[in-house]
Ligand binder design. Structure first.
Ligand code: ZN
Length: 319
């Protein structure tokens, strides 16, 4: 059993766990909602419970696993296993020793890493990026996250590299959820897009976006709601998606000008849903800003789906 590893993808709404074998294949998985109240201890307890359920399905005790990796939001320190300011999780403004807490609960070694970085590494090793030596992962969802693999190795900078969502695409531009102005995420992040849609709707702009949201019983404008609105030819939805693509093309092209990677992998809820069909407009937007536009990088849609984060987390065990 020692070649089985655990992976936990800690998200703002769900905890996805997987048991992964030495080849990177998922042999069992379990998912739980992320606690919305309490504090880091409660989140850690739910994570341990979800991983135990996956291990049980694989016929293994958690203590027999070679280790467990966690892809975490916030500032996840790989060296210390401490996670700080995971602000979309309950009561997690400060620092919490997540790796140590889970090690005691699960009886095996635990490593933590940044959620988007580990998902990028999963695509590099096992998914859409396997044929490349250097790539940028762009995860287009609630926010816009990024990860880097350069010359075959993860690039973490001093620990927090890859924040492509906070590249400035318009100086003094729209307010970003991070509090600054003009970031890529302020135009392309799902929550920023929703805030802008609501603002325009309240000003009298016609749109079916919020009608569809109610009709399908969703608490927010999910990527599925955006897709339905586009199918209806909803003007506001079209305008805001176009604006997002413009910002993504600008931000990604700037990052490409700096790093010259072989490929860009587009993942995340919106990225996976819209990546293929918006590929041409995205490349056209990038093309406007690429310094060497005769040799653009390959653009691929992430291929590991919902489990990519958990699989990537499991890879931390062998790092
Ligand atoms: Zn920002």
């Amino acid at each position: 059993m020692a070649d089985l590893r655990g992976g936990i993808d800690l998200g703002g709404t769900k905890i996805q766990t997987a048991i992964v074998d030495a080849r990177g294949d998922v042999v069992a998985q379990a998912r739980r909602p992320t606690p919305t109240s309490g504090g880091p201890e409660d989140v850690a307890a739910a994570m341990a419970e979800a991983l135990r359920a996956a291990a049980q399905e694989a016929g293994a005790g958690t203590e027999t696993l070679a280790g467990v990796g966690v892809g975490s939001p916030g500032d996840a320190n790989e060296k210390t296993g401490v996670v700080s300011s995971a602000k979309n999780l309950p009561g997690w403004e400060g620092s919490f020793p997540l790796a140590e807490t889970l090690r005691q609960a699960l009886g095996t070694e635990v490593r933590v890493g940044n959620d988007v970085q580990v998902a990028t590494e999963a695509e590099f090793q096992l998914g859409a990026g396997q044929e490349f030596r250097s790539l940028i992962g762009v995860f287009w969802g609630t926010g816009v996250g990024g990860g880097l693999v350069l010359d075959g190795k993860p690039w973490l900078g001093r620990g927090t590299a890859g924040e492509i969502g906070h590249m400035v695409v318009k100086r003094g531009g729209a307010k970003c959820p991070c509090g600054r102005r003009g970031c890529l995420e302020a135009y392309a992040g799902r929550s920023a897009m929703e805030a802008e849609a609501r603002r325009q709707y309240e000003e009298g702009q016609k749109t079916d976006l919020f009608v569809l949201m109610e009709k399908h019983g969703k608490p927010r404008l999910t990527s599925g709601i955006w897709e339905r609105a586009l199918k209806h030819g909803d003007n506001l939805a079209e305008k805001l998606i176009e604006r997002a693509i413009e910002a993504l093309g600008t931000g990604i092209a700037s990052a490409v000008n700096l790093l010259d990677p072989e490929a860009v992998i587009i993942g995340g809820g919106l990225g996976v849903r819209f990546g293929e069909r918006l590929m041409d407009p995205l490349m056209a937007e990038m093309d406007k800003h690429l310094f060497l536009d005769e040799r653009p990088p390959a653009i691929r849609v992430a291929s590991l789906g919902d489990l990519g984060g958990a699989i990537g987390a499991s890879l931390l065990v062998s790092r």
